[in-house]
Design a protein around this ligand. Structure first.
Ligand SMILES: Nc1ncnc2c1ncn2[C@@H]1O[C@H](COP(=O)(O)OP(=O)(O)OP(=O)(O)O)[C@@H](O)[C@H]1O
Length: 458
């Protein structure tokens, strides 16, 4: 995923990424162009249910005007029915002006027989949902899987030497579309009605595991290993593989938090594979790893360090607006991408604050050196305890990864304004600690945008 004009889009079934894989081999299917451009008319390929207030629920076939592309999402306006606007995954829509007639929503290429059954038997799929997949046993041939009430029937689609396709010998079709059209019309022949193409997801985030390949281990945390991987052999992603012995309620919090948050300074969830083990959490890939290790390079100037501090404050300001307390803010939980882009990660401990303060009696491990005294001693977490941690993070950033002793700035830190900001963050009285909004403003006075914009080390 690169610049705004050259984006590779996420999610299946509409982009070049997908069609450059096995889908191109389907008879009658030609590669579909990638979604580009801002102003053309789009069509919804699948139903998508909004998962947060800024998303737009769409039904397959809805006509949409795309106003803006943002990463793997587009901001779209529905053209008919009740006027509504919001984000939808880019790959759930296709640009009508770019030949979306090539789209085959029923084709699921490498999905296995058991995965097809699992998908067809899960909501929102229902009686009559069907898909075509590559045959597992006969290379180059296909299988048709159809949900028939509570069970799934599979039909082998054979290929004759001349390339025609058939389910019943002596009844060939020139391509898959004609074959499906025939059995849609004459469903009694196979005793399974073909009513609608299978919907690709169980919820908006679930994806079949075969779409992901692991390439290189990046690190390991409490929940399991993190790998660099590829989605559909094309799109680079980060895949967290949850350890088998993890309790579901522990990491599902992280997934739930990721699902409802969307901000350019927060790590973006792409998908999950949670129908069987091991569970995968797929997020955007941040190629430079975590900020703590990155800081050891020491090739960063003050303006770059300030730029980092501002980016983290931007992300935290968003969490502040949403009344979400992170609880584990530290350089090790900030991830670094190209051009010094920083994003906040690790929402495993994050909580929505019902009041202003969250308290816990649980014995969750506490990162003491980053934790405000009231949170460490009494487990009372608030956005103000995040502000304390942010002060420690500032210290880490400006000392290239060191940790202050007992919350005191000084030592290697030079100058006046930054230590003062840190000391405000470490005020014993939570009320005296600044908000992230105020912190961002203060840093804005020190950091002039553009100072570090030319940053581009290898
Ligand atoms: N999206 C990502 N892109 C690139 N690297 C990542 C990504 N997510 C994690 N990593 C790397 O993998 C390491 C482990 O990440 P993970 O989130 O599992 O654990 P952690 O934050 O280090 O610890 P814990 O989960 O125990 O608090 C990180 O330190 C980072 O270097």
């Amino acid at each position: 995923v690169t610049s705004s004009t050259e984006q590779v889009f996420w999610f299946p079934c509409s982009s070049e990424v997908l069609f450059s894989g096995a889908r191109t081999e389907v008879p009658g299917c030609s590669p579909q162009p990638q979604i580009r451009g801002q102003s053309s008319l789009f069509i919804a390929l699948y139903a998508f249910t909004a998962r947060s207030a800024d998303e737009l629920s769409i039904s397959a076939g809805d006509k949409l005007r795309v106003l803006r592309e943002e990463g793997d999402y587009v901001l779209a306006r529905r053209l008919l029915g009740e006027p509504a606007m919001g984000y939808v995954p880019a790959a759930y829509v296709a640009n009508l002006s770019q030949g979306s007639s090539a789209h085959r929503p029923w084709y699921f290429s490498k999905i296995s027989r058991s995965e097809a059954e699992q998908l067809l038997l899960s909501p929102p799929n229902q009686h009559g949902s069907f898909l075509v997949r590559d045959s597992e046993s006969n290379k180059g041939e296909y299988s048709l899987s159809v949900r028939n009430h509570a069970k799934v029937s599979h039909f082998r689609i054979c290929k004759s030497p001349g390339g025609s396709l058939y389910i019943q010998k002596g009844h060939p079709f020139p391509d898959m579309e004609e074959l499906l059209a025939f059995y849609t019309e004459n469903w009694k022949v196979i005793q399974s009605p073909l009513l609608q193409p299978c919907s690709p997801t169980v919820d908006g985030w679930e994806r079949p595991r075969w779409e992901f390949t692991l390439r290189r281990k990046l690190g390991e945390g409490y929940f399991g290993e993190v790998w660099e991987g590829l989605w559909r052999n094309s799109v680079p992603v980060a895949i967290k593989i949850i350890k088998a012995d993890m309790k579901a309620e522990d990491f599902t919090k992280e997934i739930q938090n990721l699902k409802r948050l969307r901000h350019e300074k927060l790590i973006q969830l792409h998908a999950v594979c949670s129908l069987d083990e091991p569970i995968y959490i797929i997020t955007e890939l941040m190629r430079k790893g975590n900020l703590h290790s990155y800081l050891n390079r020491k090739s960063l100037g003050t303006s770059h360090l300030l730029n980092i501090a501002c980016q983290v404050a931007d992300g935290m300001r968003y969490l502040e607006e949403k009344h979400i307390v992170h609880r584990d803010l530290a350089a090790r939980n900030i991830l670094v991408g190209e051009e010094l882009t920083c994003k906040i990660a690790d929402f495993g401990l994050a909580r929505l604050l019902k009041d202003d303060i969250y308290s816990t009696s649980s014995s969750t491990k506490i990162p003491v050196k980053w934790t405000a005294p009231e949170a460490a001693n009494y487990r009372t977490y608030s956005l103000k305890s995040d502000v304390w941690s942010y002060g420690i993070l500032l210290y880490e950033v400006f000392t290239y990864g060191q940790i202050p002793y007992e919350g005191r700035a000084g030592g290697p830190l030079q100058g006046y304004r930054l230590p003062r900001i840190m000391l405000e963050c470490w005020s014993g009285n939570t009320e005296e600690r600044p908000t992230f909004l105020a912190l961002r403003e203060k840093l804005g006075f020190i950091y002039r945008p553009g100072d570090a914009d030319s940053f581009n080390p290898s």
